[in-house]
Ligand binder design. Structure first.
Ligand code: HBZ
Length: 841
């Protein structure tokens, strides 16, 4: 490469090329330089915000240098790349992560201290990058960390929302949503004003035969919106590999249209055009596991997919390879069905723009894509109305109809005369209006489909996608159980535990090979070790208790059992079961004698999570939790025995405080509804036990850590259908303890019971779809076992050590290696030395 540049120029470039700083002095020099020049401030008015900005810029500069080199290395190696398409990346904060991944946190800590700052205060200045709803978005973030840490040539593609997930405020016990404008100052992104893609919407299709008699389709007219790239460096842990996350931002395409309007004096409507274009990437849709079918959402999906594919294809074309080599060079993973249009878009590019035959193009497409399903809930499966599609993306709809026609023909050949089968698997649902079933399109257009935990993958094979297993054979369907990055969820969130583990396992190697945790088994009965282990848990609880005090005003006892359920609020996740259990506990305490009360283990029930703004039932659950807390927390009969806390605005950075502080966490979804869950893994990895149903990854966690170390309860997935049937067609009597809970609610003990009528009614009168009553008894009994077990601290600690020791499987590094081998067929790109970076142990 260098030879392409004239020698005298090359020398100057090389002489002055950026050299990543490593020493404390150099770090301080960079911080001061950024304060004085980039920020135009002086040390006299450098507050924590400015210090955060300058420290971030110092680290960003470092990342950019490595990022550039990584991109060059990957380009010249010319090996296969992975593109992870996700409409959500729930990254959280970047500075702490960057410092730890490049191994310079201690350097920064000392440097900042000499400049007059505490590193924790500086880290806390950062606004979370909250471009996601929950598990799906956070999984994408963990995957980026793992792909970089394992040196895979991989990019993430997403949307640069101006507003991430809303900020939640609790006012009088109700959730209130406040917009999350997070871009005021974001040092982690690089605008690439030179990387733009014009994306077309609406218009019509003209078809004709060209001179050679070939059918040609031209999509013309309509409107153009411009996509501008913003790049975010993704540093791997203890490796120079720094990958790229490219987020697209929408703006009006400047061009003839605008000028015409300016010239005709139509300034206002030209400004309106501008705003309309910017609306596309303005806001993240705040629904998790619900599809609402809004046009703007489909626009977001196509905008992002079209820009990303243009970018990917442009990069491929530079290599001058034959089109048939496309799938050897590129793997694209679809994070749920949100990017399914990429399948159609690539087919369109290949047949309409590049002139390939249908079959040749389709082989390339299907060999390129993999699809990950994250839910079996029917209300979450995406469908788009055909009329809406026809209007917004007329050419894509034609291609979908063709894909469907060829697909149904193949089904007809395989299952002659089975018309029911054809109707069931058709990508077009023959409803009024007709709908495009995106999951079916994703299956037909991919070479592999995976679920995210074993039970979930079995369920999709045997229920929602069972016809497709018959059609394509079982090998197309596979499982990749989710995982989490131990860098953020152990090393960053729980530094003392990480340090203790490092001291016993020979350094930080476990963060790159989590199975090393196994070595902790031998300390499970080591008195000294257990003492340190318990002290760390206690310190983490003290920290959370302080946080609770400062945000809610409630004093909690750090010696009490901390029982935590933090995740999106959803009926299927059953926070209502938890709060009904809390009310049951409250009733029990009230009925106890003073003597009996002395024997009870004090408990703090902690909740957190956002409800989708339009999800009334979820908001009602939040309201009930808060009202129960208001009553219980000031009841003198109860005192320390029970406190009920709702933590406002649960997000990634709060999870980093909450997760290390649990004794028990709750993962209590109706069996068969939670695809995997990932916070279950985070809590166990941080030395907490869990109470859970036989659902999602709980099952595999049990297999790994042993059933003595987990509190399982409730009905099994295989029995859910029958139970629901009995509720609706047989006799449905409620659990007597639950009836007492409802009676208390109805006595207005927690405020006007009318506010909770829909919630209790859904269980009493509307079939109890989520089996709250069916599982109530088992839940209460199991919670009593938790109380008992917690009294024996010695055994409890042993259980938590053994559990952590057996969590190696749940590293997202293991997931990424599985995807790479089973689905992507890509290899890591080795780096010369593990790290040219600061190495901290
Ligand atoms: O994906 C979650 C699953 O509920 C959870 O069990 C799993 O562990 C996790 C990672 O695989 N799904 C989501 O978080 N889904 C969404 O947030 C979502 C967002 C927009 C939608 C649909 C789903 O339109």
């Amino acid at each position: 490469v260098e030879a392409l540049i004239p020698e005298h120029q090359r020398d100057a470039w090389k002489k002055f090329q950026a050299k990543p700083w490593v020493s404390k002095d150099d770090f301080e020099k960079e911080v001061v330089r950024h304060v004085e020049t980039t920020l135009a401030r002086s040390m006299f008015n450098c507050d924590e915000t400015a210090a955060y900005a300058a420290a971030s810029l110092a680290f960003r500069d470092r990342l950019i240098t490595e990022w550039n080199r990584t991109q060059q290395r990957q380009t010249f190696a010319d090996t296969k790349r992975v593109y992870y398409l996700s409409l959500e990346f729930l990254m959280g904060r970047a500075l702490d992560n960057a410092m730890l991944n490049v191994g310079l946190k201690n350097v920064a800590k000392e440097g900042l201290s000499e400049l007059g700052f505490r590193i924790e205060d500086i880290i806390n200045q950062e606004h979370d990058a909250a471009l996601g709803n929950g598990g799906l978005g956070r999984l994408a973030a963990c995957f980026l960390d793992s792909m970089a840490s394992l040196n895979f040539p991989a990019w993430g593609y997403g949307l640069r929302y101006k507003y991430g997930i809303f900020k939640q405020e609790i006012v009088d016990g109700y959730q209130v949503e406040v917009p999350d404008y997070w871009l005021d100052f974001n040092p982690w992104e690089f605008p690439r004003h030179d990387i733009v893609v014009d994306v077309q919407f609406y218009g019509g299709v003209r078809k004709y035969q060209d001179d050679d008699g070939k059918n040609v389709a031209v999509w013309e007219g309509g409107e153009i919106v411009r996509a501008v790239a913003y790049d975010v460096p993704i540093p791997g842990f203890n490796t120079p590999t720094t990958n790229n996350m490219r987020l697209w931002s929408s703006k009006a395409a400047s061009g003839e249209f605008d000028f015409q309007k300016f010239n005709s004096g139509d300034y206002e409507s030209s400004v309106a055009d501008q705003q309309r274009a910017e609306t596309i990437s303005a806001v993240l849709y705040p629904n998790d596991n619900l599809d609402r079918g809004k046009e703007l959402r489909l626009k977001q999906q196509y905008f992002w997919v079209a820009a990303s594919l243009y970018d990917i294809v442009r990069r491929f074309k530079k290599s001058k390879r034959a089109w048939s080599e496309f799938p050897d060079q590129i793997a694209i993973q679809l994070n749920d069905t949100h990017p399914t249009l990429a399948i159609v878009e690539l087919q369109r590019i290949l047949i309409d723009m590049e002139g390939l035959d249908w079959d040749e193009a389709w082989a390339i497409v299907t060999n390129t894509f993999g699809y990950t399903n994250h839910t079996v809930l029917p209300e979450a499966l995406e469908k788009w109305s055909v009329p809406l599609f026809q209007n917004l993306l007329p050419r894509h709809l034609q291609i979908i109809y063709d894909i469907n026609m060829f697909f149904l023909q193949s089904v007809e050949r395989k299952f002659p005369g089975d018309r029911d089968m054809l109707a069931r698997v058709s990508i077009i649902e023959e409803s009024q209006p007709k709908m495009v079933r995106m999951a079916f399109l994703a299956i037909v257009g991919s070479h592999k489909v995976n679920g995210v935990a074993e039970l979930h993958s079995d369920l999709i094979r045997t229920t929602i996608f069972k016809d497709f297993v018959k059609i394509f054979g079982p090998d197309k369907f596979t499982n990749v159980t989710n995982g989490i990055t131990p860098r953020r969820w152990l090393h960053q969130a729980n530094p003392r535990l990480s340090e203790l583990i490092a001291s016993k396992t020979g350094g930080l190697g476990f963060l790159k090979d989590l199975n090393v945790l196994n070595e902790l088994e031998k300390f499970a009965d080591d008195k000294e070790f257990k003492k340190e282990w318990a002290e760390i848990k206690y310190a983490n609880k003290v920290k959370l208790a302080k946080y609770i005090k400062s945000t809610t005003g409630v004093t909690v006892n750090p010696s009490a059992l901390f029982d935590i359920q933090v995740k999106r609020i959803h009926e299927y996740k059953r926070q209502q079961l938890n709060i009904f259990g809390v009310i049951h506990r409250y009733l029990t305490i009230k009925a106890m004698t003073a003597e009996e009360r002395k024997k009870l283990a004090p408990r703090v029930s902690i909740f957190g999570g956002k409800a989708a703004p339009g999800y009334w039932m979820a908001k009602t659950i939040i309201h009930l939790i808060n009202n129960v807390g208001a009553v219980v927390n000031k009841d003198p009969d109860v005192g320390d025995l029970l406190k009920v806390i709702f933590l406002e605005d649960y997000n990634v950075s709060k999870a980093e405080i909450i997760t290390p502080a649990s004794d028990i966490s709750e993962h209590i979804s109706t069996a068969g509804t939670e695809a995997s869950g990932t916070s279950n893994m985070k809590f166990v990895l941080n030395g907490g036990l869990i109470i859970g149903t036989c659902d999602g990854a709980n099952i595999e966690i049990t297999r790994e850590i042993g059933e003595n170390n987990i509190f399982l309860f409730g009905n099994l997935a295989e029995d859910v259908e029958d139970l629901r049937h009995t509720h609706n067609y047989g006799s449905h009597t409620l659990d007597p303890d639950l009836v007492k809970v409802f009676d208390l609610i109805k006595s207005d003990a927690f405020g006007d019971a009318g506010a909770f009528g829909a919630l209790t009614g859904s269980i009493e009168d509307h079939g109890d779809y989520y089996l709250v009553s069916d599982d109530f008894h088992s839940y209460i009994k199991t919670q009593a076992l938790v109380d008992e077990a917690y009294k024996n601290q010695d055994e409890w600690i042993t259980k938590t050590i053994l559990s952590v020791a057996r969590m190696g499987f749940f590293s997202s590094d293991r997931c990424i290696n599985e995807y790479a081998e089973m689905i992507w067929n890509v290899e890591p790109l080795p780096v010369e030395k593990e790290s040219g970076l600061g190495k901290e142990e």
